[in-house]
Ligand binder design. Structure first.
Ligand code: NAD
Ligand code: SER
Length: 319
């Protein structure tokens, strides 16, 4: 059975992926790591934690050897808005980190999961039902690192037979850990603001349409692609996956069904708006359906109902 290392394991995805992998494969078989330390009071008995800066190959290699790792879920990266603020650091972390993970994987025979993004597309990509294989000319540093990362993962599979696999995630909505500085963060912030204040100021405009997914489906996607029969995979890096395509106006209307009187206003951030405008409105994930039976469980209605219920409990603010 797999012995797993998760990089960037304290972020929005890792905070939920690590427990999900531990539940599936066993606590001791999943090593969480990050450049930050777990918050005080975190339950260290759930499984091992190691400090790893993914740009340091020696740190990666030492942990892979120490725990006899055979599969690396490489989540560490800077997200789109932060990457646009700090493009040089984003290149070092996103590309340098991936390259070093792939080098360790090549030397030690590990499989690698790499999360790409709708950010790997750009303004010249078809905007509606964006195909699996299409034009990729991203105009952000984040997108450059994701498009190049997909190619590098394919190269390591073809050239060195590293079992690399990935998905292109849309914006992810969740309530456990805050999002890390992306363009789609509004779709998480809006829920917290709705329950705490009954109003939200969106940094993206009302008609900005982007793909989204609820975190439980994202976790299913990660496990689904990693456990897929390799004989069925015509693609590897990276599969389009989506669950819904929505605008801030549409999300606000759905939240209003649970929080009557909820108000949304707009104070557009030109940087994040430009990033969002360069991304698809909706992507076609039929290749993932066909090659590894991908099928999301949550749509806008069920995600909103579950987010509101979970957040009311978490924040202690009843309806
Ligand atoms: P996040 O920003 O919440 O977490 C990233 C983690 O990486 C953080 O805990 C951070 O401390 C860590 N990190 C940063 N630099 C590091 C370094 N040098 N070495 C080791 N760790 C480092 O991000 P996330 O939302 O959990 O995303 C994880 C991955 O999924 C990223 O590659 C991201 O691009 C991708 N992704 C996320 C989304 C989304 O909506 N969350 C969508 C598409 C793709
Ligand atoms: N949620 C991510 C971001 O906005 C998409 O990759 O950066």
């Amino acid at each position: 059975m797999a012995k797993i290392l998760v990089t960037g394991g304290l972020g929005q995805i890792g905070s939920e992926l690590v427990p999900a992998l531990r539940a599936r494969y066993g606590g001791e078989r999943v090593v969480a790591s990050d450049i930050r330390l777990p918050p005080a009071g975190a339950n260290s008995s759930d499984g091992p934690f190691e400090f790893i800066d993914c740009t340091r190959q020696s740190q990666l290699r030492a942990v892979v050897h120490k725990h006899e790792i055979d599969t690396i879920y490489h989540l560490a990266a800077l997200l789109s808005a932060v990457a646009e603020e700090k493009p040089h650091i984003a290149w070092d972390v996103n590309m340098g980190g991936l390259y070093r993970v792939l080098e360790v994987a090549r030397a030690d025979g590990c499989a690698v999961f790499f999360p790409s993004s709708i950010g790997a597309f750009g303004p010249s990509t078809p905007k509606e039902a964006t195909p699996q294989d299409t034009i990729q000319r991203p105009t952000t540093m984040y997108g450059v690192t994701k498009a190049a990362g997909e190619l590098l993962c394919d190269y390591y599979h073809e050239r060195f037979h590293v079992d690399t696999r990935g998905v292109r995630f849309p914006g992810l909505v969740s309530h456990m850990a805050p999002p890390g500085g992306g363009t789609t963060d509004y779709a998480v912030e809006i829920f917290f603001a709705a329950i705490r204040h009954g109003r939200y100021t969106s940094f993206l405009g009302p008609e900005t349409r982007l793909d989204m997914m609820y975190m439980p489906d994202a976790l299913e996607a990660v496990v689904g692609v990693m456990e897929a029969d390799p004989a069925r995979l015509a693609h590897r890096n990276s599969f389009n996956v989506t669950a819904m395509s929505l605008t801030p106006e549409e999300l606000a209307a759905e939240i209003r069904r649970h929080v009557p009187g909820f108000e949304i206003e707009y104070d557009i951030d030109p940087v994040r708006q430009a990033i969002a405008d360069s991304w698809p409105d909706s992507i076609d994930d039929s290749a993932a359906h066909a090659e590894w039976d991908w099928a999301p469980s949550h749509d806008l209605r069920s995600m909103t109902a579950d987010m509101i219920e979970k957040l009311r409990n978490k924040l202690g603010i009843p309806a």
